[in-house]
Design a protein around this ligand. Structure first.
Ligand SMILES: Nc1nc2c(ncn2[C@@H]2O[C@H](COP(=O)(O)OP(=O)(O)OP(=O)(O)O)[C@@H](O)[C@H]2O)c(=O)[nH]1
Ligand SMILES: [Mg+2]
Length: 303
């Protein structure tokens, strides 16, 4: 068999986490239309016939400013150096008049992959948004920018070509006597970490301006004493939504607490699907002054 590790890398917002979820058929990585949604590396193990691929979803590679963003990019770049192969994702988009423009941010990400020396497959994501006839020029624009092992257009949203992409990646994994992970391992995230991420996802989706980037989530309680599969099971989760300034606290709570309630309800519904039982979520807000700029605070708030 073949078994190995694959980093899913690329600039922010190209669909890395969406693709991981699509490959696994399970939502283990949060997704939002905002860049810099993923803050840490997330393992997702995929088992196919004669192959096991351990994927690492990574934060978007960008020219980072601030302690939090620098830490995120470090995580992505160090993962590139540790894996058997890299899947670099870019977007299929074309510019005005159908011209293909490979932007500076994408070039920077390609440069980092080249530097890592890893074998790289290029995935051109969001092909559902691109007219068919534009795919060949897009491929042509990327072809000579790096010595790609393969180039595969794909849609993480619709699933088109994901099978082709998996086959292309599997071919570049080392031969192995045994899989790296037991067949029932899906991710390395603990359930309380997934719960925190589901809450943060709703903050990314439901708040604006600087709030999504000022928010972190801490799980204080995860009570499984009444947990069982099905409609009678109950999971009690106590969570803290951490923001950076007093003014942000008022904003996320909202008028009569409405915004916080909306965040909590949406997150709870997602968790109930994920955990397969009822969830009672208590969500409160705490201020930790400028946590994202303090390197020592990052260890606490990054899963
Ligand atoms: N049309 C289309 N949209 C997609 C596709 N894949 C992802 N998206 C959208 O692109 C946005 C970003 O998706 P993410 O999966 O969060 O992107 P990411 O690369 O993980 O982003 P970061 O974690 O911020 O680096 C979301 O709004 C997704 O719904 C796709 O194949 N087609
Ligand atoms: Mg992501």
């Amino acid at each position: 068999m073949r078994a190995g590790t694959i980093a899913i890398a690329g600039r922010p917002n190209v669909g890395k986490s969406t693709l991981l979820n699509r490959i696994l058929g399970e939502k283990i990585a949060i997704v939002s239309p905002r860049p810099q949604t993923t803050r840490t590396r997330i393992l997702g193990v995929w088992n196919g016939p004669g192959v096991q691929a351990a994927f690492f979803d990574t934060p978007g590679i960008h020219r980072a400013e601030g302690a939090l963003n620098r830490r995120m990019v470090e995580v992505a770049l160090s993962t590139l150096r540790e894996v058997d192969a890299v899947l670099l994702l870019v977007e299929a988009g074309t510019g005005p008049e159908g011209r293909v423009e490979v932007g500076e941010a994408t070039r920077f990400a390609i440069e980092q992959v080249a530097r890592s020396g890893a074998r790289a497959v290029l995935g051109i994501n969001k092909m559902d948004r691109a007219p068919r006839q534009s795919l060949l020029p897009v491929i042509a624009a990327y072809k000579d920018l790096h010595a790609w092992a393969e180039i595969v257009p794909v849609s993480a949203r619709t699933g088109e070509n994901v099978d082709k992409l998996l086959a292309a990646l599997a071919a570049h994994l080392p031969e192995a006597e045994a899989p790296l992970f037991p067949p029932d391992v899906l991710t390395d995230q603990a359930e309380r970490q997934l719960a925190a991420e589901y809450i943060r996802e709703q903050v990314m989706l439901l708040t604006r301006q600087e709030i999504p980037y000022a928010a972190a989530v801490e799980i204080e309680g995860f009570d499984e004493s009444e947990r069982e599969e099905g409609p009678h099971g109950l999971l009690r989760i106590d969570a803290l939504l951490v923001v950076e300034r007093e003014g942000q606290k008022g904003i996320v709570i909202g008028k009569k607490g409405e915004l916080l309630k909306k965040i909590g309800t949406a997150a709870r519904q997602g968790m109930e699907r994920l955990f397969g039982c009822k969830v009672f979520l208590s969500l409160r807000v705490k201020v930790d002054e400028r946590w994202s700029e303090r390197p020592e605070a990052l260890g606490r708030y990054l899963p």
